[in-house]
Every structure is written in C-alpha cells, then in structure tokens.
Design a protein around this ligand. Structure first.
Ligand code: ATP
Ligand code: MG
Length: 313
C-alpha cells in the first residue's frame, strides 16, 4: 500500500476537496483505496455523504487505542473501490492524548500497517495544522501532496512543510516521506494574480509542482453538499477532468519516487491482475530533500488524458 497525505497547514486551500476527489479518481482507475479522515472537522466524511456521528468508533479509536483494529472503524462508501476511515469531533482530543505517549508520531503508521495488504493506495486528509495528527500522517506516508491556493504568495508556509518532511525522513525510521508534488488549486486562467502566482511557484519549486492544476469550479462546492465526489456528481465537468488527470500524474510521481516502473498499470491491466502486489518495503532514507537532481520521467499518456477533450467544459 502506498500512502499519500494531503497536507498544508494553511486552511481552506483545497485539502479535503483533493483528498475526496483524488481518492475517487484512483478508485475509478481500479485501485483499492482507503481514505483516512484525519481532521476533527470530519469534512471528508461528510463530503462523502456519511454522518460522522453515526459511528461508535472512528479513526480516533484506531490511533489512540492499540486494541482497536483499524478495520473495525473502516466503512464502505458509495464509490466502488473506496473505503473510508471516518472521523468525528472526538479526534480533536487525540493531539493531547498522543502527546502523552511514547512513539507519539508512529500511531497512525502502526494502525495502517494492519491493513497494508488490503489496499493499493491510502489517502489521508489532514487538518489545517502541523500538529501531531499531521506529523503522524507524514511519518506514515510515501508521499505528500500540498495543495497551494493561487490567491496568495505561498512561499513561507511551503518552506515549513518541506522542512518538516525532511526532518521526519531523517529522524524517524522507517519514515521515507517525500513531497509528491505541490498542487495549484483555485486556478483561474484569466486572472493576472493567478497566472503570476502559478509562474512564481513553478520558478521557485521547479518540478515539485504538479503539471496538473485544479481550476476554480462551482461543481467542487456543490458535490460535497450532495455527499458525492465530483467524478460522480458532475462527471463531465472540468473539475472531474482535473482530478482524473491529477490521479494519473500522482501515480506517475509515485512510480518515480519509488523507482517502481510498474506502478502505473493501465486500467484494463489493473482490473485483470488485481492485486498485483506492489512492493511494500520503503526505499531507504535519502540524505537530502531535493528531488530536483533526479528529473521526473516524461508524463505518461493516461486514462484521464485520453478523455480530457471529452470533459473540457
Ligand atoms: N477548485 C475549487 N473551486 C471552487 N471551490 C473549491 C475548490 N476547491 C475547494 N473549494 C471549496 O473551498 C472550500 C475549502 O476547500 P476544502 O475544504 O477542500 O479546503 P481544506 O484545505 O480542506 O480546508 P481546511 O483547512 O479547513 O481543512 C470548500 O467550500 C470547497 O468546496
Ligand atoms: Mg479540510
């Protein structure tokens, strides 16, 4: 199982929207996907049409009480191939409880190890803070996607995030988290500020920035109110196309950081040969954070790209 955290301590930049929709897009590609709602606001749970108060046990129990197996808190969603570990407001006390334990950064890693063979991909929706919950997510992750709202200059916050991932990789065995990509969100092609911030971010962070951007799109506001991903709520929308492209690109980036060329199987192959048994061992800790010295392979023509023209509305 490969784990991707959606992280940015800035609020409202599109983390939950990205977590829900990239998970749905991965599931549409035929992967077995687990979405972890690691935010006490429970927006990922609610956004999938699930009532956070309907559970006796949530991800909170799985990470604070070793006797609770994470599979006891996982629930199916309406999307085939996508399961959810929900949260509710009790998760808010986890920060304090974890801070009083030894191995306080390893609780989520321990919980996820228990279902590592049951899923191909795990996506974690993080809260808007670099606290213990987010640090647990980073330690458990193969890669991080950091949504960056193109409404303000993002440098300072991103520097902190990059420093945190480098620190964790150095200090916490077996953590090998890498930044999978910075994702530009709320992109409006026509505004000068949006263009300027896009350009500056690409100049500063080079190939750490995803080629795919997420445009501002009203369907992304409507879909969670309907309890759906945008891929099912508005499959012909630009937002659905954006997130399908992102899923393809994220798979390619995962393959490039893991040097595992078999990570991006075509949809048909994937369905025929599940599970293909991705390597579960992580690559050893790297001495530096920068991936700029090892350029990514050229993007592969994926399922989403082939259908982009159809969706470009
Ligand atoms: N590309 C987009 N276009 C239009 N609206 C969007 C887009 N992405 C997200 N939104 C809306 O912006 C709001 C904030 O998005 P979201 O909840 O995903 O951010 P977040 O980073 O998870 O916030 P928080 O930090 O509070 O967890 C939501 O109302 C969401 O529907
Ligand atoms: Mg959120």
């Amino acid at each position: 199982m490969k784990t991707i955290s959606i992280v940015n301590h800035k609020g409202g930049c599109g983390k939950t929207t990205t977590a829900i929709n990239i998970s749905a897009a991965f599931a549409a590609l035929g992967y077995r996907v687990l979405l972890i709602d690691l935010d006490p606001q429970s927006h990922a749970t609610i956004g999938l049409g699930i009532d956070p108060d309907s559970f006796d046990r949530t991800i909170y129990n799985a990470i604070t009480d070793g006797r609770v197996h994470i599979s006891e808190v996982i629930t199916r969603t309406a999307i085939e191939g996508l399961d959810l570990a929900p949260s509710n407001i009790f998760l808010a006390s986890a920060e304090l409880e974890l801070s009083e334990t030894s191995g306080r950064l390893l609780h989520l890693t321990g919980a996820l190890t228990r279902v590592a063979d049951e899923y191909d991909l795990c996506v974690i929706d993080c809260p808007p803070a670099l606290g213990l919950l987010t640090l647990n997510a980073l330690v458990a992750s193969t890669g991080v996607i950091a949504p960056v709202q193109v409404h303000y200059y993002p440098l300072e916050g991103l520097k902190q995030l990059l420093k945190a991932t480098a620190y964790l990789r150095k200090r916490f065995h077996p953590c090998s988290v890498e930044v999978l990509g910075l994702l530009l969100t709320f992109v409006q092609e026509r505004t000068v500020l949006s263009k300027q911030i896009q350009r500056q971010t690409r100049e500063l962070f080079g190939n750490l920035v995803f080629d795919t951007v997420i445009h501002t799109n009203v369907r992304l506001i409507e879909a969670p109110s309907a309890g759906e991903s945008v891929l099912t709520y508005a499959p012909d929308s630009r937002a659905a196309a954006d997130y399908s492209l992102l899923a393809d690109e994220a798979i390619a980036h995962l393959a490039s950081i893991g040097k595992e060329s078999t990570l991006a199987p075509a949809l048909s192959q994937r369905r025929e040969h599940q599970p293909s048994g991705w390597p579960t061992t992580r690559r050893p800790a790297q001495p530096t954070t920068a991936r700029t010295s090892t350029p990514r392979p050229p993007r592969q023509q994926g399922f989403a790209e082939k259908t982009r023209d159809k969706h470009a509305t």
